[in-house]
Design a binder for this molecule. Structure first.
Ligand code: ADP
Length: 273
């Protein structure tokens, strides 16, 4: 009868509603778990540089007390250099956290200007060379001749290149790292290739999401924000970033960028995953 039909429909509707509620509940639980896990990783990462920093400052204060006039230059330099390294690490972590909250609030603005990508890459490589050498690695640039000019945000592009090189050094097992630059009439392509630990296939799909950390061993450190920020910045400049990787053989990150940005700059394109 009609009443039975209406009753049946009502039951089906309620069942669908409760399934939908259960799904939303599971998603909310998962979001809370991710947030809690992230908070614990973030506080650990922020605390890590603070320990050596505070130890060095205490030791320096003791030295100054012991030899108020004659503390050797090399001793002071050692303390100051270590301190400065830790402060830089902290500043980078806090910078990444700020970027993520700017992205979430839609408040990350780009400043487009004419940028020479080859020159920018050479500058970053020179700056990163000592770091790569310490990790036993080398940075090789192919096709970085001048004249590859596009409308990009210089500092944000530098951040993209830095993030990719930083990861290539960190996960590159001390093997050579290749950067290659190709130029088309309307596009530029940058590749960063390492021969390091690689990435397991199951981690690839979510690598550019927020808080992704494919390597669980803590000794690599990191907040898992670098690639999320990288993707957001590249997409805001109208480009794309992708990765090919084989575990144990290495990874190649490819960034494609249009040289002219015709669409309005919009950072909300890269929604958090
Ligand atoms: P993190 O600060 O953890 O390095 P990223 O967002 O830069 O954060 O990278 C996310 C994860 O992707 C890393 O934790 C690492 O597991 C993996 N990853 C990134 N780059 C590489 C690479 N070149 N080789 C291997 N794994 C990588």
């Amino acid at each position: 009868t009609q009443a039975d039909l209406a009753f049946g429909l009502e039951l089906a509707y309620r069942a669908a509603l409760s399934m939908e509620n259960a799904r939303l509940y599971r998603e909310a639980q998962e979001a809370i778990r991710l947030r809690d896990e992230f908070l614990s990783i973030a506080s650990h990462e922020l605390k890590t540089p603070l320990t050596p920093l505070s130890l060095k400052l205490q030791a320096l204060a003791r030295e100054l007390e012991r030899h108020p006039d004659a503390i050797p230059y090399s001793v002071v330099k050692g303390y100051v250099d270590t301190g400065a390294r830790q402060v830089k690490k902290l500043a980078e972590l806090v910078g990444d956290l700020l970027d993520v909250s700017r992205i979430a609030a839609g408040r990350l603005a780009l400043e487009l200007e004419d940028v020479d990508l080859g020159a920018l890459i050479r500058e970053v490589v020179v700056r990163y060379e000592p770091h790569a050498t310490r990790a036993g690695s080398t940075l090789e640039v192919e096709g970085g001749e001048s004249g590859l000019i596009g409308r990009w945000d210089r500092l944000r592009l530098e951040q993209v290149v830095t993030n990719l090189i930083d990861n290539a050094v960190k996960y590159g097992s001390g093997k050579p790292i290749q950067l290659s630059l190709e130029q088309g009439p309307t596009r530029a392509r940058l590749r960063v290739r390492d021969q390091g630990i690689g990435i397991a296939p199951e981690h690839l799909p979510r690598l550019f999401g927020r808080f992704e950390r494919a390597v669980s061993e803590r000794h690599y450190g990191g907040l898992g924000l670098g690639l999320y920020i990288t993707r957001t910045l590249v997409e805001a400049m109208g480009g794309r970033v992708r990765v090919e990787s084989e575990q144990g053989r290495g990874s190649t990150f490819t960034v494609d960028l249009p040289r002219e940005r015709t669409l309005p700059v919009d950072v909300s394109v890269a929604q958090p995953q």
